[in-house]
Ligand binder design. Structure first.
Ligand code: 13P
Length: 335
């Protein structure tokens, strides 16, 4: 394992003004996104949309890396340039989602387990050859009556650690994503408790499976009130609960936390990220606190694009603007 290379990649991904664009929607998810703008999800439309994002002039001021889906890492742009090359030419690091999505966890109604370990070693070697330098695996943890269960958390944490160890062996920085879903009307304290419990098990497994923590990033959910609760915590409270929770559960050796946006409204996501970084600057925190957003970076440009080539400029402007606002929040300099 080339530890130095892993640390350098991890640090570059959370460089001080920058964060990650998650553009790794699977076939079903990108279809849902395209349905929302009445665009058919064809291979060419997916390529055109993602190529538009990747070619946005100036994106690399704010975007350090992009997480790709298997289809995209193999695709060429309209002029024949591989999309991986388009990113490299921008100074953006290509990454790849390597899990194969969630399935029902046997014997645990309402809980899910992420699949994709079979054949992963070979796939990782191929992705490295194709230009990827980091990977992502998403586990999903739901909050509800008597869940998350020990069983669900242990099964998912075990898979996350296997994925992380195999990624590092292949020279790839793993982004470890135990997403605690916002769905439900739970309190912010419930989110804190489920996240702390999950993260303790995730890091227990990572250490047991000999993962080099400095060469990893964590992709957590912010500690927030459930999405359908009536009285939702404000950014200052989100910041306090988030930093308290991560200080209890994420080793200081981890290079950075890159939050997911999780379906929260764009304004709320950036306000929360901003408050988290302001609080971290005041009280000190051992890791970089950045972003790895899908929806919150893509919602506006997707709407502006609407599947029409004449909207390219509108859409790239919308993406650049969201990236700029998110970068400001990542530095605690947002509004
Ligand atoms: P969202 O920011 O839309 O939650 O997506 C991030 C992601 O990659 C989830 O795996």
């Amino acid at each position: 394992m080339d530890k130095q290379q892993l640390v350098e990649t991890a640090q570059a991904l959370v460089a001080n003004t920058k964060g990650i664009l998650a553009a790794d929607e699977s076939g079903g998810t990108i279809k849902r996104r395209f349905d929302s703008i009445n665009v058919e999800s064809t291979e060419e439309n997916r390529r055109d949309y993602r190529e538009m994002l990747f070619r946005t002039v100036g994106a690399s001021e704010y975007i350090s890396g992009v997480i790709l889906f298997d289809e995209t890492i193999r695709q060429n742009g309209a002029d024949g340039t591989p999309l991986v090359k388009v990113l490299e030419n921008q100074g953006i690091i290509p990454g790849i989602k390597v899990d194969k999505g969630t399935q029902a966890l046997p014997g645990a109604p309402d809980e899910l387990v992420t699949e994709g370990l079979d054949g992963l070693r070979d796939r990782l070697n191929e992705y490295y050859e194709l230009g990827a330098r980091f990977t992502k695996w998403r586990a999903v943890i739901s909050i509800g009556d008597d869940i998350p269960s020990n069983y669900c958390v242990a099964a998912n944490a075990h898979a996350l650690a296997r994925f992380a160890a195999l990624s590092q062996e292949a020279g790839l920085v793993p982004i470890v994503e135990p997403e605690v879903l916002r769905d439900g009307d739970h309190s912010i304290e419930d989110c804190f408790e489920a996240s702390e419990f999950t993260l303790h098990e995730v890091y227990r497994q990572l250490v047991e499976q000999k993962v080099f923590l400095e060469g990893t990033l964590l992709k957590p959910s912010m500690i927030i009130t459930g999405g359908s609760a009536s009285d939702r915590a404000k950014p200052q409270e989100v910041a306090k609960q988030s930093i308290d929770c991560f200080k209890r559960s994420v080793p200081a050796a981890v290079t950075g936390l890159v939050f997911l946006s999780g379906g929260e409204a764009d304004d709320s996501v950036t306000s929360n990220l901003n408050a988290i970084n302001q609080r971290a600057a005041e009280e000190g925190a051992p890791w970089e606190l950045s972003f790895s957003f899908g929806r919150s970076l893509q919602g506006e440009p997707l709407k502006a694009w609407a599947g029409k080539s004449e909207n390219l400029e509108l859409a790239t402007n919308a993406f650049y603007n969201r990236a700029m606002l998110t970068s400001a929040a990542r530095q605690g300099k947002g509004v």
